[in-house]
Design a protein around this ligand. Structure first.
Ligand code: AKG
Ligand code: FE2
Length: 342
């Protein structure tokens, strides 16, 4: 069994080998699709290996994050979006927004982020909404920031599409089924930096960092600093399980749109991020890069015919990606979810 659940330890997250799907025999491809189906229908989360992202691209992403988040606060704040509706640029830590004195912050207040995404100008002639497909804000420093971040963005977008090909096969559909939903997809890369509060070395284990949420779109390709505790996934008995990134693999979690398409055969799992700690339980900085592959804004998501048969009623009305995202953004949220537009 692929999903050995250990109540207090790390969850056994299945690994999907994309190279086996890309290059394997028909039988191997079917086996990879079956593994994905099992991961998607039990925990909504998988590791992805064989993704072919060059180590230099990972290094470029890390250098961009270190360079930008290491800038003085006044320089980072210059990259804030003009309005909160506009999901681009810098989100300062709550500690900074509340003007707390140094040393008075907690891990929950030390989370900062930077967003980049697809812009209307990337798809000339489609007349896309310029708020959803907003232009990016780029810092002048570090100089390699845009190149490093966009190299990662391109690779994450490719991996997202490769995973959706495996998903189509797993659902008994044509391998290219999702292509018509992702040719002008809303896609946002959120660079997250969970800083260590000044003077603190340990944590109470409270749910701080990023509050419990599900991702809204099709799927999320997640890179995170390996071997650091922080991300947790909720199971159906109410237990939170650690999910720790490992070197060389990515994490992919399903978003709400796949739960809708599959009439809940597949899971968009609730997850959260605790104050990050190392193996000794000491607070450490943690970086992550969450690539949200949300689909074309105008695409209509309806329960797939194969998932609406039998006694199971249809759980969801048809909805456009844009309407689904807007409804999610305006749904009542707990204070910890305040910074989760994804
Ligand atoms: O930092 C992480 O590991 C997860 C981040 C996340 O869930 C998100 O940005 O939606
Ligand atoms: Fe998330």
């Amino acid at each position: 069994m692929n999903t050995a659940r250990t109540p207090d330890g790390p969850l056994d997250v299945p690994t999907i080998d994309l190279s086996r799907f890309r290059e394997g025999s028909a039988a191997e491809r079917a086996a990879v699709a079956a593994e994905l189906d099992r991961a998607a229908s039990t925990i909504g989360l998988m590791r992805v290996s064989g993704h072919r992202i060059d180590a230099s691209v990972v290094a470029g992403l890390g250098a961009a994050m270190d360079g930008f988040f290491g800038l003085p606060m006044w320089q980072k704040k210059a990259l804030r979006p003009a309005s909160a509706e506009y999901n681009r640029g810098y989100t300062p830590p709550r500690a900074e927004r509340l003007s707390l004195q140094p040393g008075a912050s907690s891990p929950a207040e030390e989370f900062e982020a930077f967003n980049v995404g697809r812009s209307a100008e990337d798809f000339p002639g489609l007349g896309l909404d310029e708020l959803q497909y907003a232009p990016n804000l780029w810092p002048l420093r570090p100089e390699s920031f845009e190149t490093g971040v966009m190299a990662w963005f391109g690779e994450a977008a490719r991996v997202a599409r490769e995973v959706t090909s495996v998903m189509a096969v797993a659902l008994g559909l044509d391998e290219k089924f999702f292509a018509g939903y992702q040719d002008h997809a809303l896609e946002v890369l959120r660079l997250n930096n969970y800083r260590v509060p000044a003077g603190e070395t340990t944590t109470s284990g409270e749910p701080v960092g990023l509050g419990a949420h599900t991702d809204s779109g099709i799927l999320t390709v997640l890179w995170a600093d390996p071997d650091i505790r922080g991300l947790q996934v909720l199971d159906d008995s109410g237990v939170w399980h650690d999910v720790i990134a490992s070197p060389g693999t990515l994490l992919v979690n399903l978003g709400d749109l796949l739960a809708r398409w599959t009439n809940d055969r597949w899971i968009s799992a609730q997850h959260r991020v605790l104050a990050p700690t190392d193996r000794e339980g000491l607070l450490v900085r943690r970086r992550s890069a969450a690539f949200f592959h949300d689909g074309n804004a105008d695409a209509v998501i309806s329960v797939l015919p194969g998932c609406a048969t039998g006694e199971e009623p249809v759980h969801y009305e048809s909805v456009t990606v844009a309407d689904h995202l807007a409804a999610k953004l305006h749904a009542p949220r707990t204070p910890l979810d305040e910074r989760v537009p994804g």
